[in-house]
Design a protein around this ligand. Structure first.
Ligand SMILES: *Cc1c(COP(=O)(O)O)cnc(C)c1O
Length: 394
């Protein structure tokens, strides 16, 4: 009997020719994997063993992205998650149980600290902040119940470059794993696994995707044991990612090198120009000696990227700083970074327990506009500021 057109609608195959080859990784969508038969059906998160089962664990597009990030970072395996924040939360939920303690650098990404305060504490997990520049003195902050140490280098907003190898050495002596938020380096300018970390997380939202149009993260592990510990937790958290978003990140990867090169050079020029301005007391750019941890950056990093912060003279009040930001035109005011557009974000209150910065802070992200246009934009914002705050003290 001829099948109804209605049946054709539900499962139609036009029989297109085989043999299509493209430079582009194919975009595979799908919630349901079709098995070769009833006995072949399996549902398991471990795609190294079982490849494809339920679509939530990832299609070939997801695994292509995971595999490429894993190759770049030199991980044992890499998972793809829907956002950087989700990856940070997933690491904590995979490793920590009630009664445990976790250490976060004082300079950690704000929402990571928020997760610790608002979620981990409720689940019976204690946390504390440690001074990001402590290096091997991290052992003074370890408690008998500490089960995880986070590093983030350079730190968010205040940009401290951490001595990750020293922290790892001290942590491993006590059997405590170290997870690094490696977003700044795009996973390529700092070799996290050579430094000994157990877990490296990146917000692919930033440089790897690179065009401010996708949320995504990688969660890379150094050992098979962590692969199983984190994989079994992820399987129950339901953090599905869109294969279409993965394909955007795969496109971003192809131009990551040229974008990072251009952004790195331009941002350093802008930072150096800002360092000579009388209104600015300090430029927190890892490649400048004024940045805390600069010597460690020189030792451990192979480049710098586009995000850095500036501190205004303490006598310049917050209203003047906010007006300065508002006079910028090429720099837009917005969160996130790593795209092609330059951004400025004032942080009137920087919440820190250690080394509270003096003077008001603005974080900049340098994108792909010509450096001369960026400097011109900053200069005209300063010109009007000088008129309103008077000439700087000598
Ligand atoms: C942006 C960012 C995150 C969070 O990434 P999302 O994808 O925006 O959730 C985490 N860590 C650092 C250092 C970041 O800059």
């Amino acid at each position: 009997m001829a099948r109804s057109w209605r049946t054709k609608l539900a499962a139609n195959a036009a029989g297109v020719p085989e043999g299509f080859e493209s430079l582009v990784a194919p975009l595979f969508r799908g919630t349901t994997t079709i098995f070769t038969g009833a006995r072949a059906a399996v549902e398991h998160w471990d795609q190294r063993r079982h490849a494809y089962s339920y679509g939530i664990h990832g299609t070939p597009t997801t695994l292509e992205l995971a595999g490429r990030v894993s190759n770049l970072e030199g991980s044992f395996a890499t998972f793809i998650l829907p956002s950087g924040q989700a990856a940070i939360a997933a690491v904590c939920l995979s490793i920590l149980s009630a009664g445990d303690h976790v250490l976060l650098p004082d300079s950690a990404y704000g929402p990571a600290k928020g997760f610790a305060t608002e979620i981990l504490e409720r689940l019976g997990v204690a946390w504390s902040a440690y001074p990001p520049l402590c290096g091997e003195a991290i052992h003074e902050h370890l408690r008998p119940d500490t089960r995880l140490i986070w590093c983030e280098s350079p730190g968010s907003i205040t940009m401290e470059v951490q001595d990750v190898p020293a922290i790892v050495a001290a942590a491993h002596q006590r059997g405590v794993p170290v997870a690094l938020d490696n977003t700044y380096s795009a996973g390529v300018l700092f070799d996290a696994f050579a430094a000994g970390v157990d877990i490296s997380v990146q917000a692919l939202t930033k440089y790897l995707s690179g065009h401010s149009d996708v949320f995504l993260a990688s969660l890379s592990v150094g050992t098979e044991a962590l692969y199983h510990q984190i994989g079994t937790t992820l399987a129950r958290l339901g953090l599905a990612v869109s294969p279409a978003d993965c394909s955007l990140a795969l496109r971003g990867l192809q131009t990551l090198a040229v974008r990072l090169d251009a952004i790195g050079v331009s941002a350093l020029s802008v930072a150096q120009w800002l360092a000579a301005r009388p209104e600015i007391t300090c430029v927190l750019h890892p490649a400048l000696p004024s940045c805390p941890g600069h010597a460690v950056w020189q030792r451990d990093f192979t480049g710098s990227t586009g995000v850095f912060s500036i501190l205004f003279r303490p006598e310049i009040d917050i209203e003047n700083v906010l007006d300065w930001v508002d006079r910028l035109g090429v720099f837009k005011v917005g969160y996130s970074w790593g795209g092609v557009t330059s951004l400025a974000m004032p942080y009137p209150v920087v919440k820190r327990q250690f080394n509270v910065p003096e003077g008001h802070l603005v974080r900049l992200h340098v994108g792909l506009e010509p450096t001369a246009d960026l400097i011109d934009d900053l200069q005209s914002a300063f010109q009007k500021m000088s008129a309103s705050v008077g000439s700087p003290s000598p």
